[in-house]
Structure formats: C-alpha cells, structure tokens
Design a binder for this molecule. Sequence first.
Ligand SMILES: Nc1nc2c(ncn2[C@@H]2O[C@H](COP(=O)(O)OP(=O)(O)OP(=O)(O)O)[C@@H](O)[C@H]2O)c(=O)[nH]1
Ligand SMILES: [Mg+2]
Length: 483
Amino acid sequence: MSSRLRLLLAAVGLLALAWLLLAALDRALALAQRFMGLPTGMRWLVGGVLLLVALAGAGLGVWWLRPRKPRTPVVAPDRASLEARIERLREADTDVEELRKELGELDRRRESDRTYLAVFGEISTGKSTLIAALVPGASPERDARGGTTRDVVTYETSAWDAPWTVADVPGSSEADGETRERLAREEALRAHAVIYVCAGDLTRTQGDELRWLGDFGKPLLLAVNKADQWTPDELARILSRVREQAGGVPDAVLAISAGGEERFTRRLPDGSTEDVTRRRAANVQPLLDALRQLLAPGSAALEAQRQNAVLAGLHERTGERERAWRGVEAERIVRRYARRAVVGAMAAVAPGSDLVIQGALATGMVRALAALHDVRVTDVEIDNLLRQVRMTLRTGTSVALAVAGNALKAFPGLGTLGGGVLHAFAYALIFDSFGRALAATLAERRTLDQEDAGERMRELLGEAGASRLRHLAELTGEALRDR
Ligand SMILES: Nc1nc2c(ncn2[C@@H]2O[C@H](COP(=O)(O)OP(=O)(O)OP(=O)(O)O)[C@@H](O)[C@H]2O)c(=O)[nH]1
Ligand SMILES: [Mg+2]
C-alpha cells in the first residue's frame, strides 16, 4: 500500500471517529435534557438506577483488575510417612525398588555440594542445543527431528566458582512418549532450578506444564529459544505475548538463541551441489545472567524446595502403586467372599437361613475392604449399607437369578453339580457385584458412600459381561467341588 493511500485512509478514519464522538456527545446532551425535564420523583428513580449500574460496572472493573493471588505451592507429605507407606507396599510384595532409589538419590544430592539444573520443555525446542552452549565440551545428540533425546543425561560443569550438574531430558508432547515424558518430569523435580525452553508462543499444554513446574516454587526460567528466526519487532511481540501467557509463573522470561547447526545443499557455479553445515551463532547471555542472579543464594538455600518437589513426586508415585496394589488385593478379597457365599448358599438348610449366613459374610467383606482402603466403618454404617443392599436385591435377585440361569446354560459342566447350583451362582454374582461396587466407591471416595455403592452395584448386577460370568462360573464350580 502506498504511503499516500495510507495517509488518506488514516485521515478518513480520524474523521469518522470525530463524527462518532460528536454524535455520542449530542446524544448524551439530549438525554441529559430529557432527564432534567422529568418530574422530580422519576428523576430520582432514573438517577438511582443509573448510579447502581455505574457502581456495578466499577465493581466489576475492580474485580477484573484485582491482583491475582499467587498459586499455593505444592505441599509434600513428610518423609517419615512416605517411608512408612513404601515399607507397607514392600511388605505386600510390591516392587518398590524405584521409589527407594529416588529416596537414595534425594539424599545423595543433598549431601553433595552441587547445584542441579534441569532443562525441560517440548521436543525440538532446542534443549540439547542449549546444553551444548551452556556446558563446555558437552555434545548431546541434537537433531531437527523431535524425540532425539531418549533418556536423562547429566553433564558436569562449573560456573561462578561452584560445581554444577545440568540435565538434558527427553522432550515432552512426543507421540507415544509418555514413559520418556515421565522420566523428564522426575528429573525436573530433582533439580534445584529448571529452565523451561519453548520456541515461540506457548501452547495450552506448554502453559500447563509451566504451571505444574511453577507450583513447586523452585527457581524457574522461561527461555524463548530460536530468537534468531525473528526480526527484532517480531521478537518483541512474541516475548510480550509469552510473558502474558506465562502469567507470572516463571521468575523471568528471556529470549535466547541456543545456536546449533543447520544443514543445507548448495548449488555450485559448475552446476554440481554440495552439502554444507553451518553453525548458528549462539546467544545465551541473558539466560546466564538471570541464572546467576536467581541462584546466587547457593544450592543449600534451594535445597528445601528441591526436597519438597521430590517428596511430592514420590507421594504421587507411591499413591499410584498403592492404588494398583489395593485394586489387586480388593479383587482377591471379593473372590474369597464370593466363594464362601457359594458354599453358604449350598449349606443353607432351613428357609431363609442363607440370608443369615450371607449377612455375616457380607459384613466380613465390608470390613475387609474398608480396612484395605484405610476407611473406618462403624457397625451402624455396615448395617445401614447391608439393609440398602437387601432392598436393591429385592428386585435385583430376580435379575441375578435370570442372569445366572442364562449363564448356566452356557456352562453345562456346572449342571452335574446337582440342585441348588443356580442359587449358589446367583450369590456368586451378587457378592461379586457388591464387592466390586464397594471397592470402587472406597477407592474413589475414601468413605463408605452408600448411595454410590448401591448405584454401582445395580449396574454391575445388570450388565455382567461374558468374561465376568465365565470367571464366576469357574469360581462357583471350584467352590462346590472343594466343598
Ligand atoms: N534457528 C535455530 N534453531 C535452533 C536453535 N537451537 C536449536 N535449534 C534447532 O532445533 C532443532 C532441535 O534441537 P535439539 O537441541 O535437538 O532440540 P531438543 O529440544 O533437545 O529436542 P528433543 O531432544 O527431541 O526433545 C535442531 O535442528 C536445532 O539445530 C536456535 O537457537 N535457533
Ligand atoms: Mg534433546
């Protein structure tokens, strides 16, 4: 667009704006005149409403501009309780080697006088290239393809008269790279400080990652890499957008060029071609300056936050293993009680005596499952729960019997076990449904939530899949043969 045309357009725009302002002023004056012409009562009413609207607008503005509270940092459980949980898992034959190693590494780093720094971020943002620029002599593998770094690799160096260990980690957000991403996150927790590398605007996932890191309260720098790709104007705009997207989470947002190499094919005057590798100039000085300032207190001063982050990560990992172990254990308990219910159903001699036997068994199962999930239950709570289960079964028994009847036709072997098998099978289905429902409620809600357990049980009774029925048929057969 020629500059004359641009000038003309700007002049037209200004004129239009001035005209609009005049029109608005004229309208405001007309309204004011009409307002003054109103009878006194109406004037008060309209004035009052206008004032209320203005106050509400001002209130909204103040709320919108209020200073945001900093996010509360993650608080980890204390070490002793974590150790006790890990020990309990070990006693239950769960593999806790990895968790213990993490505790060992925590101590090893605490006792060393090194400062640990992790370079974290999405694939291909230039983390390995940055390490090569930060650590003299380090040559981690770098490539334009995402997912080049496959493992955590540490490099030792020294800076500002102190020993440092810098970790290069696999990039996040790689397709099928969950395991590597996990390794990267664990290493980020072990560091005193983290450099988060991006190469342009932050995506939503990157923003989430950054906030996740920020919640541990450790020194965190956001490096916007590959600054050489943009003009100074573009870079200023990108930096200001990234600062906004980062929402004050990192201690500083800096533009850098990690450098690296670029390869291209050059055509020579004689028509032939040659492959050329050219080094890009690196500029990481702003990052070094920020690091120096941020880490001036020394690694000892940053150790508490580092420990907190590692323990918080361990808490999560221990929790995952506990959930898995509880899941397996709950299945074992449910299976045990379902077997007993099968035997109990066959042993019931007088009418209704099965209910007494099964009631005692159901109480035992509730207690066992609650103890497994560390949920305290009173006798009254158990009684209430069983009353509700019986109510569900008033309609549910016919469902269970019908399901069992159909399933028995599919497992003709059970027919040879004699009369009462249908009844026993129905009890296996009922106990299995009740037990699974209760275990799921306890695991998810950590309380004996009757309503939730009842709802889940109804679902499980109604939709027993083929593999579950086969498993229950086998269980019934085994229980009856062992009887
Ligand atoms: N233009 C430009 N390219 C860069 C810069 N830093 C790195 N690169 C290029 O970005 C690509 C990825 O670099 P890497 O260092 O392998 O990236 P990474 O983050 O370690 O990647 P992963 O290990 O896959 O997670 C390479 O082609 C680098 O040459 C930079 O400052 N400017
Ligand atoms: Mg890499």
